[in-house]
Design a protein around this ligand. Structure first.
Ligand SMILES: *Cc1c(COP(=O)(O)O)cnc(C)c1O
Length: 425
């Protein structure tokens, strides 16, 4: 048996890892008598044990002092969104004034496009990747129609040009150059959800801006996964959710970034009272005066109960640090790649690019032999306490999350695949 398939080897890697696991800070789902090997943190991150206390604090305050909760104590509801601001800025590589937790991802995407998609007859188009997450496609298509333009000509989709359905930087560059004069907006993912491919965001923003287009990022699969430098990327805006790698619970409040240079923008926006300058908000005047920065795009007073778990999550990100987490993520995913390449190459084809800059935590694995075999493997894994997720027609996504997954979890996956192969004709 090659050494890396040895259980002692995996346990040794965990013991010697420079970033000890924070698994104990999470509720690990059970499978059979033990813990599940949970690789679906890219879909719904696990619950930090600290989340309950933050949610209960809100419930207690509400029960005990009701409306006074807006003003009482160091987690008063009035400035509650500020409690997550600095932690979020650190995770995203942004300045505190550039980020805000509000709404949900798709809603934020629409609100950002109100300000940063300003089409004209000469420049009406939005450029996206072909195979974008459906909500992103629906959002941009509906925005194009809303402005009276036609998605048939004004929604430009860049097709994958590499094996496994990934995109080369050259293909992105060619498309931006080809359509440049007609582009109003380039909208790109930080990590592609299906293939796990990560992109050079600063370069994409540079290319878009060089053509006179705005640039926005969907960081649903990148926030809490990659070590982002969102401010330095120069993007005009970004949106993300907090229920994937950010571990803040189902339907958690979304996130939004507006670059510092737009802090006092007079671009059109859909305004609401919570975006009004805080100092004069409660004069309740008729004229909207936006708070400088991303908070000026808020509409409503935030859902405090839904923000509470994010505090617990950010405490853990701060404890580990994004750079250390990314380091561990590369080690875990590298180990996974090694195991697959060494013994499972006949069963699984890795679709995700191998270069460190080309991926985050997730590897997308195509099962050889088609859908039926793929389903058989997927179901075998699940019954064996190893949970990934299934993408039609034949892909299993495995995302070791560095906050709570271990080398030992990764080995459990590889061994289960091996056991399935050895018993499947
Ligand atoms: C998860 C995900 C979403 C989810 O959108 P919601 O508005 O939070 O439901 C959107 N886009 C991408 C790329 C995603 O991965």
């Amino acid at each position: 048996m090659p050494e890396i398939f040895d259980e002692r080897h995996a346990l040794g890697l965990d013991e010697r890892d420079p970033l000890p696991t924070l698994r104990g800070e999470f509720h690990m789902p059970c499978a059979g008598d033990g813990e599940q090997a949970y690789f679906v943190g890219n879909s719904l991150g696990l619950q930090p044990r600290g989340a309950r206390a933050h949610v209960e604090e809100v419930l207690d305050t509400w029960a005990e002092v009701a409306v006074e909760g807006h003003f009482r104590g160091h987690s008063a509801w009035m400035p509650y969104h500020e409690l997550v601001r600095d932690g979020l800025a650190r995770v995203l590589g942004a300045q505190p004034r550039e980020v805000v937790a509000m709404n949900s991802l798709t809603a934020n995407l629409h609100f950002m496009m109100v300000s940063f998609y300003r089409p004209t007859p000469e420049r009406p188009a939005i450029l996206v990747e072909a195979g974008a997450f459906p909500t992103d496609r629906y959002a941009v298509e509906s925005q194009i129609r809303f402005h009276g333009f036609d998605p048939a000509t004004d929604l430009i989709e860049v097709a994958p040009d590499q094996p496994g359905g990934t995109l080369s930087m050259a293909a992105i560059e060619r498309a931006i150059a080809l359509h440049g004069p007609r582009l109003a907006l380039v909208l790109w993912p930080g990590v592609q959800y299906r293939t796990g491919q990560a992109f050079d965001l600063a370069e994409i923003a540079r290319l878009a801006h060089a053509q006179g287009a705005s640039c926005g990022f969907d960081l649903a699969h990148a926030a809490g996964n990659l070590e982002l430098a969102l401010h330095d990327s120069g993007a005009d805006f970004a949106v993300w959710c907090h229920y994937k790698y950010m571990n803040s619970g189902p339907g958690a409040v979304g996130g939004c970034f507006v670059h510092e240079r737009h802090a006092r923008s007079d671009r059109p926006r859909f305004a609401g009272w919570w975006g009004h300058e805080a100092a004069s908000r409660f004069r309740m005047g008729p004229e909207f005066v936006p708070t400088p920065g991303a908070e000026g795009w808020q509409q409503s007073n935030p859902p405090i109960l839904a923000l509470a778990p994010l505090r617990a999550s950010l405490e853990l990100f701060d404890r580990a640090g994004m750079a250390a987490l990314r380091g561990k993520s590369l080690r875990l995913t590298g180990y996974l790649r090694g195991l697959v390449e060494q013994r499972l190459a006949g069963v699984l084809e890795i679709l995700t690019p191998a270069a460190p800059g080309g991926h985050g935590s997730q590897l997308s694995l195509r099962v050889a032999g088609g859908r039926e075999r793929g389903r058989s493997l997927f179901e075998y894994l699940e019954a064996d306490g190893v949970l990934g997720d299934w993408r039609e027609p034949d892909v299993i996504r495995i995302a070791p999350a560095p906050l709570y997954n271990t080398h030992h979890d990764v080995l459990r996956f590889a061994r289960a695949v091996e056991a399935w192969r050895d018993r499947t004709p």
